[in-house]
Design a protein around this ligand. Sequence first.
Ligand SMILES: [Zn+2]
Ligand SMILES: [Zn+2]
Length: 271
Amino acid sequence: MSDRLHFLGTGDALGVPRVYCDCAVCTEARRSGLNRRRRSSVALEADGSLLFIDCGPDFRSQMESLDLRWLDTVLITHAHHDHIGGLPDLADAARWVGKHPRVVAPAPVIPEIVARYPWLPRSQDFVEWTPETALLGYQIHTWEVCHGKNGRSWAYRFERPGFTWVYCPDSIRLAEPEWQPMQGADLLVLGTAYYKEDAPALSRSVYDMNEALDLLALVKPRRAVFTHLSHGVDRREAYPLPPHVTVAHDGLVLNLSGAPEPMASAPASMG
Ligand SMILES: [Zn+2]
Ligand SMILES: [Zn+2]
């Protein structure tokens, strides 16, 4: 069976619907749920095991959506609330189960997490990423990426014979040394908060889809999937995207295999 990538959450930092918001997308998300988005996280399933990338405040419902009772390993992209806010819930579960999950992160991220939640190391094992880090049959590489006005984040590249994919939910204005390691990927999962934002790029923290298409022209992934979507993205909308680019939604599952996959029709429209 081929490895699989589960999109557990595809929302931006506030999720969709936003608690305060009555816009058309948030209203639809409340009523029918097409645009309902938990905070961004994916689960990689391979080799009979599973790991999460990021553990945001929707961690509990994401565990339930996969009918999981335990999680061994979490990789963290950066220490923002929407990516680590579920770690205290995981720690509480760990105390009851009597096991320690591994929280793997780039070295600079670990003290940032512990500064926010000083009790976590009592029930979670923090493991610094090293160039030798390999999990679920994948060699794993990580590097710092520009997160605009919100500082910095890290991207992850997963390589095994026959398939390479990259996860980069929070980035913008990447310089060549930051996008170069994305090249040659069969799949790039990239954060894009809106289709097109009016605010200048320097005032923002995540790509919009238009800017992301410029990045894709440089990186040339075989396939790209946009995630970390705000209430500015409406799945009922037919965004003009090339056929190898699609918009993710909560519950999407991709098979990670070298064989070309049948491509969904370009927009994630349910019409
Ligand atoms: Zn984020
Ligand atoms: Zn962030």
